[in-house]
Design a protein around this ligand. Sequence first.
Ligand code: MG
Length: 250
Amino acid sequence: MSQQPQIGYDDTPLIPGWPYRVHDSKRPQPRVVTPGTASTQDAPGRVPSDAVVLFDGRNLSSWESMDGSPAKWKVDSGYMEVVPKTGNIRTRDPFGDCQLHVEWAEPAVVVGNSQGRGNSGVFLLGQYEIQVLDCYQNPTYADGTTGALYGQFPPLVNACRKPAEWQTYDIIWEGPRFDGDKLLRPAFVTVIQNGLVLHHHRELQGPTKHRQATQYTPHPAQGPLVLQDHGDLVRFRNIWYRPRTDYDQA
Ligand code: MG
């Protein structure tokens, strides 16, 4: 029998606050995940091996209208596109804390200005909006800029690509927790657009609203992801998430 090589120590100091020693040989190994590949303008990348795919460019089987009827947005050539006045769509299945990847493209034909140009949105748990808007050479109020936590915090930078170019959001979501009516923990969100940090572990003050300051009202830790029909022909592709797990969970 071959001897396993020694890969840690059992004579080192305990790490304060943890049941493990420095370089502890008994500390659990991280889960192995096969990474995906980056998207290009021509094609979406491959998803990580543990991703839950919400939209792979083929159909809206993971989505529905807000009244539970079939989603009425258009699917064409690897993307979905808002069909104005058909309403927001949501995932059939709710989910909670996660790493979320969304790609979108603004309409090639530029119409409107400020909030009227390429408006959509990515709503975590259906009520916390990361703004989707065409802010390429299109000023609007700062807390409604592309990537804003709508009505609460502007993004750190304007990272917009030109209309019609595919853009990415990578979002780390930690939702609020409640004990009855009491807020135990607010929501925190990290948002990266096209590789640039827009928000780093930003605390949300409550659900995002138009022209309203907000506060939390209790809700479950899981909810649907919602995409907004704001009347503009915004496209989406390659939408997936990885449920948050602690490193030593199987
Ligand atoms: Mg919006």
